[in-house]
Design a protein around this ligand. Sequence first.
Ligand code: BGC
Length: 766
Amino acid sequence: MTIKELVETLTLDEKIALTIGPGSWHINGVPSKGIKEVCITDGPHGVRKAKDTRLSSSLNENETSVCFPPACLSACSWNEDMLYREGQAIGEECLKYSVSIVLGPGVNIKRSPLGGRNFEYFSEDPVLASAMASAWIKGVESTGTGTSLKHFAANNQEKKRMSSNSIIDERTLREIYLKAFERAVKEASPATLMCAYNRVNGVYASQNEFLLTKVLRNEWKYPGFVMTDWGATSDHAKGIKAGIDLEMPGPNEYSREEILKALEDGSLSMEDLNRSVERILEFLLKAERQETKECSFDRHHEISGEVAADSFVLLENDGTLPLDRKERILVVGAFAQTPRYQGAGSSRINSYKVTSLVSELKNLGYSVEYSQGYNLSGTENEELADEAVEKTENADIIVFVTGLPGSYESEGFDRTDLKIPAAYDKLAYRLIATGKKVVAVIYAGGVTEMPWRNDVSSLLYCYLGGEGVSEAVALTLSGAVNPSGHLAETFPLKCEDNPCFGLFATESENVEYREGCFVGYRYYETFNIPVAYPFGYGRSYTSFDVSDTDFFLDGDSIIVSYRIKNTGSFAGSQVMQVYTGMPDSLNPRPVKELKAFRKTFLNPGESRKERIMIPVDELRIWSDGWKLENGVYLVHLAFNAHEDAASGSVELKGEKIELPNPYKSGIRISEKEYALLFSDMKIPRTDSAGCITVDSPVNEVLALDEGKKMFGPIYEQLYASVQGDDDYSVMTRAMLEDAPLRALFSFAHLDKKLLVEKLSELNKQL
Ligand code: BGC
């Protein structure tokens, strides 16, 4: 029987049940046909399976699994093999726990370094993000486990994350924010996608026909199904019509009724519903072939450490690293005993095994003293700092492990600056003032300002390293592993330099992407803004020489060839990056855009000839379709976005394209200039004035006397229930105020029907 025929045999109730989850962590099956329900759990950097998958979200009681490095670090590997191996290991753990879909990877672009969830995303660049995501997806899916590419789309901030409206012109959307999804969908075809919470150009991602049908299905030919993010549904019938297939979590009696009503009034057709049912059934039937299998956590723990060690970025080094075993080492910082190695929120793993840097360095034969130096919360503690400074007397080298406390970044809220706690920086200066060599090791989920960065001997940026972090850092400091990570995002000199500064996470629900395509290095390079460390930057214990470069056109491809030689004394890898630009373009185009990269491992003295191929199609820009601009293009073979090894040029025959250019006098554009980016000159803002709906933000409703009377007690009760310091409480508190009313009801486990009744009463009073 074909799937279409199977669908014909289902009752209407069975069909609707397939499109709404029965709880948080399952997808319904069809018992009458012997089709089993399946279990889905969070990722992306490990399997976060609830001990009791029937209970609704408790973020802390999970099965044990291996915590791999979050995307903020693994992206710095620029190594698809590593991401594949990580994915494969995660897929194997899914088989152990009978999990059919792991929810990840996240390919949202890091528009601002302040994004609270940046640790879960790969990069500010869509080519790098999609390469990493595709490798990970292929790894997971090689085991028969499904993935869910998220959050589709333009989910780039946590502030008002369930109600914000990402306003993006189509060119920017296509070239930057959809690009990573497009490439991952086409290259790795993940089993599912997850939509975003936010609106995109005025329409919720959960019912956005442009995204879900026009682009994803009709243009990209995506065959799988799309689920909502947890609680992203505003109107499920409208969602299905637009191209959503599954509402998560459920159950939701109100959505069932909405579908029935829509079928009756004709706003939803049976074909629309059947289409979603078919896509979900197709997956369920495939999932039946999945078998439960044991796996080795010890082996996965090793892989986790290998990914981390391949990703750490060496930002500074005067030769102090690798550490000499003859030196007496003082390790300072609570993170050296209790590493911070993953972020907070839905991705939090109940890790298998975590060790400390102090013990790992001792295991490698170093003579190590330890001093805590600061407390994990980031507050001042003179006594701890004094003790650390005193202990430096007997040391030759200080390894200072610092970074961001866990409470500084999380899913659910954004950061307000890029600073490391003042108490930690103060200690950094005191350690530097001793005159001893200081090696700084940083644990943070994103970019930080390190005002002392030029005063330390070495600086190793470790982001969040997964559970194998301590072993990996010790091996790197010792020189057993040569750091070969490269930044997947720019480190600006100061937060204010960021092109979307002032436009990001404001109090308005309308989020204006006025900087257009000039995201991250595309902006800094084009507008000549100096940065602390450029995108793609990373040093090594060894040195590399690039020679015999050639740049030419071969049919429909640009070929870049070169010889790379390890000219130093350590074995190691180098990532060469290819950027293109068009200096004489008639259009506002970034001067450099990453098109491809290659990581090459070489022993000392060894050299290799490499050849990178870039399809000319990759140089097209969006102008009512993908078009190739006529002219001469520069091709950069580069060590990072700012520094070339060599460059060449190719002439391409395309067409004349002339888009409006609002950026003639800089990145801070006016209302009128911004409007130029939209074909009808209308900026698609939302206007929450008027009657109160299920989507109205809780804080706006509570500001009304009548609203407060009606919803205040529910809000207060819920708020009081999340007063703890645990991740879930902190995140929920941050989200509650800005959340839409429907989310308030769903957090409080109240029926949406009750909300709709209350609203009709409230609107009568207004
Ligand atoms: C997050 C998703 C996650 C889901 C399930 C949502 O709040 O945005 O990334 O997969 O919860 O935990």
